[in-house]
Design a protein around this ligand. Structure first.
Ligand code: ZN
Length: 327
């Protein structure tokens, strides 16, 4: 079905008239085309949020919506109760992966890639448990992330996809910066992850993750910032632009990977809006998260442990970013 990798290859980027021709060909034929049409049809749209149409019934199974409860699961899928905690401001430097702005359609554009978690977090439980201020509540500095049942960790997955994504974006001329590249003992904390994008004055920021939900829950979803105006958080200026970025990434991710949107979050739209993520609450530049799949589901895990699929995932994210930055 929609998870089948055997979809015919699609052009990697749309441009101008080619865009319309390809989209017209895709739209009537498959969900992917329809989503891409949605993703691409609203350049400059800063109005009310647009919701992707529901996928065909075959693309989803009945959502049971269990919480992510597996130990070490991606805590961004959980919503722990808030409690007060002092704000913190770690000052360690971010991974310096800036590359000189090159020639290409994205020359002059800055993209910050935020590989979720850090492979070293496992050895720093106390450090990453520290609470940080996310504006409307407090949250753990960072978490270990989840893994497949076979032991492939989310932190490894996110770095691998992020490296592939960086290569694709640099090929377009973008300046790319990472929040971490396994070059620090843990973290950074979620608030610092947000600040790195802010300081870079990024044109787009994407935080790459894999989910840790129950087996049977499948597919990707993009997490968008809710409108949050509380304490040090004010996402109001970035809600519309982040939504646009997220819709474009979702549409291109469907097309490039052949994966269906999540069957357990987002009602089949592939989109989820949250107000409890420090990485989004504290961002002042367009930013989204993507949960590329559910690492605890054996079928999704089969995809996510495949290097060729990770390349498709990176391509989908890159094409979404490129679409967003080209408008
Ligand atoms: Zn995660």
């Amino acid at each position: 079905m929609s998870y089948d990798d055997s979809q015919p290859p699609a052009p990697r980027r749309f441009r101008n008239s080619t865009l319309l021709i390809v989209l017209v060909a895709l739209v009537p034929t498959c969900l992917a085309g329809w989503l891409v049409w949605q993703a691409m049809s609203g350049p400059g749209d800063s109005g009310p949020q647009k919701v992707l149409p529901l996928p065909t019934p075959a693309a989803t199974s009945p959502a049971t919506t269990p919480p992510a409860t597996s130990p070490g699961s991606s805590p961004h899928t959980s919503r722990p109760p808030s409690k007060s905690a002092p704000a913190s401001a770690p000052s360690s430097s971010s991974a310096d992966n800036k590359a000189p702005t090159g020639k290409g359609p994205l020359a002059g554009k800055v993209v910050v890639i935020d590989p979720g978690h850090n492979p070293n977090n496992y050895n720093h439980g106390r450090d990453i448990a520290r609470q940080v201020n996310i504006g409307n509540s407090s949250k753990e500095c960072d978490t270990t992330g989840t893994s497949t049942n076979g032991g492939y960790t989310e932190a490894r997955f996110t770095l691998d996809v992020s490296h592939r994504l960086r290569t694709l974006l640099q090929a377009e001329g973008a300046t790319v910066e990472f929040t971490q590249d396994e070059n620090r003992s843990f973290g950074p904390c979620v608030d610092e992850r947000a600040r790195i994008g802010n300081k870079a004055k990024a044109d787009a920021v994407v935080s790459v993750h894999g989910d840790g939900s129950a087996a049977g829950n499948r597919g990707f979803h993009v997490i968008l910032p809710a409108s949050v105006h509380a304490g040090i958080a004010d996402t109001r200026p970035i809600v519309a632009s982040s939504h646009d970025l997220g819709v474009r990434i979702a549409g291109n991710f469907v097309r490039d990977t052949g994966s269906a949107p999540s069957n357990y979050i987002g009602g089949g739209t592939g989109l989820d809006t949250r107000s409890d993520l420090g990485g989004l609450n504290l961002s002042t530049v367009p930013k989204v998260f993507i949960e590329c799949g559910n690492m605890r589901d054996p079928k999704d895990a089969g995809l996510m442990t495949s290097a060729s699929w990770r390349q498709k995932a990176a391509q989908g994210i890159a094409d979404g970013i490129i679409s967003f930055l080209h408008q």
